[in-house]
Design a protein. Structure first.
Length: 175
């Protein structure tokens, strides 16, 4: 199973991001992320045998129970490595990083390899096959929203795009 952890974002924010991407990023050399798939990735795990799911759930539960809910706000549209159109985090970045660091620690104790790349919390909107059109950095939404959980998703790649299925949700501590 192809798996990843992610933070969901409110429907109203997803709608704003989808409207921006469908109006500004749709071209022959781009693939847009489907509206229902827009999220903040926490950790991509890749292919994991179904029998190893519990190895992921226990560290995720420990992580969630040790982190307090937090507020977040998305930032500027930007392009990562000429391949990915995304939106960074303007508010709550340290909290996203704290959840990532704790999850990495807990997964590491369970024998799961740590990421080699530095974590950069963001929302992917499009992937580009060629060089994307230059666009001014701009803020897309000023909505502040609460992050109170993260999700373990499976991802099945189909000709029509990725199909995500929620496998488990892990709730952060209340205030």
């Amino acid at each position: 199973m192809r798996l990843f952890f992610a933070f969901d974002i409110p429907e109203s924010v997803r709608k704003s991001l989808w409207e921006f991407s469908s109006e500004n990023l749709k071209s022959r050399n781009s693939t847009l992320v489907a509206k229902e798939n827009i999220h903040v990735t926490l950790k991509f795990l890749g292919d994991v045998a179904e029998k190893n799911l519990q190895l992921l759930k226990d560290p995720a539960e420990k992580t969630a129970s040790s982190v307090i809910c937090f507020k977040a706000r998305l930032g500027l549209y930007c392009i990562l490595g000429n391949k990915v159109g995304c939106v960074g985090i303007a508010e709550g970045k340290e909290s996203f990083m704290r959840v990532f660091d704790k999850l990495e620690e807990e997964l590491g104790e369970a024998g799961i390899e740590k990421d080699k790349r530095r974590y950069f919390p963001h929302v992917t909107l499009a992937r580009f096959k060629g060089k994307p059109d230059q666009m001014k950095f701009r803020e897309l939404t000023d909505d502040v929203f609460e992050i109170n959980s993260f999700v373990l998703y499976s991802s099945v790649l189909t000709p029509g795009g990725a199909v995500y299925k929620e496998l488990d949700r892990f709730f952060l501590k209340g205030d």
